[in-house]
Design a protein around this ligand. Structure first.
Ligand code: ADP
Ligand code: MG
Length: 316
């Protein structure tokens, strides 16, 4: 199968939205950003064996590569619009590409984001996706706005994906249903786009949790120039995680990556309306701590026995 056949068959999507003047097929895409909107752009690369285990099914690779990027748009409070896909693969295996595209497309259709171009090359399996979306001017949710007294909140539950990875790597065993839940959360995270949109004008700071709660909260604290108190007893844990011993479940929930839940800070008077919006979306939101501008860094009422805080690519 030639590169061009591959592109035509799998990456040239027909249902072209009105915002795309020129999509796949020319040297570049030509796009219409609505008037009075700011463009939000983010890119993430997914390398086999680094960002996902080699045995990950192709459907999950397609789904997750887009999900983690959509999660960045969610964290900015942006509406998804378009994405590009740069893919490198060892061979043009029709079955593999077909499953990969199914996963990709399933999620793309769910969130109304459209593939407008990319690059296809031969090499070790790697997938780079760049997403584009928009927000009203000045409305993007940043990491830098957390203020003294703001409540620290997270969506969903924490640590499931880290437990899922441990299960896939045969470092952990859980009973059937619980194991399946965790592996599903690892392979098919849910980007919280509607929740992110509902936080515009309400949350003082927001980001998505990709490297673990402690590491990622550290980014908000640094960008905002504040400290925080965190209560380990308040962390939202799934029934699957609750089966584990305290030290292990806290390790997954606080330092495990790949959750793609939203972490945000809220002035106390916004809590009620945010909880109501989240309820209507069927998403759990939990208050796990509070911002304190008078003390630097993060105070957690739990001590780990080692120093590690989260996943960093060049430090291990
Ligand atoms: P060029 O040599 O001009 O970069 P390419 O042969 O790389 O062109 O790509 C041809 C067209 O196919 C371009 O419009 C490009 O955006 C699109 N394309 C290539 N690979 C992909 C892909 N993986 N996903 C979506 N579009 C792609
Ligand atoms: Mg090219």
């Amino acid at each position: 199968m030639s590169e061009f056949e591959l592109i035509r068959e799998y990456f040239f999507w027909q249902d072209i939205p009105g915002s795309v003047q020129v999509g796949v097929g020319d040297d570049g895409a030509v796009l219409r950003v609505p008037v009075n909107r700011e463009l939000v752009v983010s890119v993430d690369t997914f390398n086999a064996g680094v960002h996902f285990p080699l045995e990950t099914p192709p459907h999950a690779i397609g789904y997750k590569a887009l999900a983690v990027n959509l999660s960045d748009l969610a964290a900015m409070g942006a509406e998804p619009a378009w994405f590009t896909l740069a893919i490198s693969m060892p061979e043009a295996d029709r079955q593999w590409v077909s499953c990969f595209t199914r996963g990709l497309r399933e999620l793309a259709q769910q969130h109304g984001i459209f593939l407008i171009g990319g690059d296809t090359t031969r090499g070790p399996l790697s997938v780079s996706i760049q997403v584009m979306g928009w927000v009203e001017p000045g409305q993007a949710l940043l990491r830098s706005g957390a203020r003294h007294g703001d409540l620290i909140c997270v969506s969903g539950t924490l640590g499931d994906a880290a437990a899922g990875l441990a299960i896939v790597q045969q470092r952990l065993q859980l009973s059937g249903g619980a194991a399946e839940h965790c592996v599903q959360r690892l392979n098919c995270p849910s980007p919280r786009l509607q929740l992110g949109a509902s936080l515009r004008g309400r949350a003082s700071a927001c980001m998505d949790i990709s490297d673990g709660l402690l590491a990622d909260l550290g980014h908000i604290l640094k960008a905002s120039g504040v400290g925080a108190y965190l209560r380990h007893g308040a962390l939202p844990l799934s029934p699957a995680l609750q089966q584990l011993e305290l030290a292990q479940r806290l390790d997954f929930a606080l330092r495990g990556g790949d959750d793609y839940e939203l972490l945000f800070t809220l002035p106390t008077d916004c809590l009620r309306e945010v909880m109501e919006s989240a309820d209507n979306l069927g998403i759990r939101v939990t208050v796990i701590g509070v911002i304190d501008a008078n003390q630097p860094g993060l105070s957690l009422d739990y001590t780990f026995h080692d120093e590690r805080s989260g996943y960093e690519h060049f430090s291990q």
